[in-house]
Design a protein around this ligand. Structure first.
Ligand SMILES: [Mn+2]
Length: 314
């Protein structure tokens, strides 16, 4: 077990709360400064123009064993020391697995230590206030671990930290990275990048945030390009929606998490790749992450070209 997970296990409620507060501050500061090494921060959107290597981690869902393995595979201290290397987490750090606290503590710690290299994205499990869902185990886990009053207090801090997380990441000319899926309708007179950058601010008046966090790619026969989702929130989006977004953002491949699979899955004729990194709560599924060099990304024309960059765990 890595040092970082060991300190997560030992952290007191007040140590954890302080780390969460510092992370909230850091995320806000990044938005105010509007820069990250090699790119820009525009509200909820991070745009990366230059990078050396990219690692993308899918849903962890409280599986600290998977996180441990990914960080070892990455040789994370060496990888993250170079601020031109980026480690992007797709969100859904919590619920379902038994160590949401360990995973959250670790990703906050990574962001603190390597703020220019780590991008923390928001999953639907980090939006319990905007889009309530169940089961949401996090508050119970936190209370069980730290007691009723400290636990409740800590959970409040976590929820406000979640609101500073990144909603979309664009790797210029290459990847459009989101947690769930692509919005099927846009507010009139808003550019695509602008609607990503202001998704959280506009979530009362538009469905963009809900769709980014909850949508799934499917084969759609309906002329609208989408169908209602069985999840009850969000939609199933079809190939036409994907093509529209890739063209508008000048990218080639959508990378997302959100659905358990055999480590990765390809949809929409190679335009969408799903990466899933949690295995403990999903017996029968596999966990993987994506690790690619600048050259590998630049030469990838569709998701199949990224298969050699998919690293399986366990
Ligand atoms: Mn999800």
């Amino acid at each position: 077990v890595l040092k970082i997970l060991d300190s997560a296990a030992k952290a007191t409620a007040s140590e954890f709360e302080e780390l969460v507060e510092r992370t909230t501050y850091l995320l806000g500061q990044e938005r105010r400064r509007k820069v990250i090494t090699g790119g820009r921060v525009c509200g909820d959107l991070v745009e990366i123009q230059h990078l050396d290597n990219l690692a993308i981690v899918g849903d962890l869902h409280g599986d600290s064993g998977s996180l441990d393995e990914i960080l070892s595979e990455l040789d994370y201290e060496r990888f993250l020391e170079n601020s031109a290397n980026k480690l992007v987490f797709l969100g859904d750090y919590v619920d379902r697995g038994d160590d949401s606290v360990g995973v959250l503590y670790s990703v906050c710690h990574l962001k603190q230590t390597y703020p220019e290299s780590v991008v923390l994205m928001r999953g639907n499990h980090e939006a319990p206030v905007e889009f309530p869902f169940s089961p949401h185990d996090l508050p119970y886990e936190v209370i069980k671990r730290y007691g009723e009053s400290s636990g409740r207090e800590l959970y409040k801090h976590l929820v406000s930290m979640f609101q500073g997380l990144t909603v979309a990441t664009i790797v210029e000319h290459q990847l459009l990275v989101i947690h769930g899926g692509l919005p099927t309708e846009l507010e009139p007179n808003k550019g695509y990048n602008e609607s990503l950058a202001r998704a959280q601010e506009n979530h009362i008046s538009s469905s963009t945030l809900a769709e980014l966090l909850w949508n799934d790619p499917r084969q759609i026969n309906h002329a609208s390009g989408w169908e209602p989702s069985e999840r009850g929130i969000g939609r199933y989006f079809g190939t036409a929606v994907t093509i529209r977004w890739l063209q508008a953002t000048g990218t080639r491949i959508v990378v997302r998490g959100h659905e358990p699979c055999q480590g990765f899955r390809i949809d929409h004729d190679g335009m969408v790749i799903t990466i899933f990194s949690s295995v403990e709560p999903y017996p029968g599924c596999k966990a993987a992450c994506l690790i690619a060099s600048r050259e590998e990304l630049a030469s990838a024309r569709n998701a199949s070209d990224l298969i050699p960059c998919v690293k399986f765990l366990r």
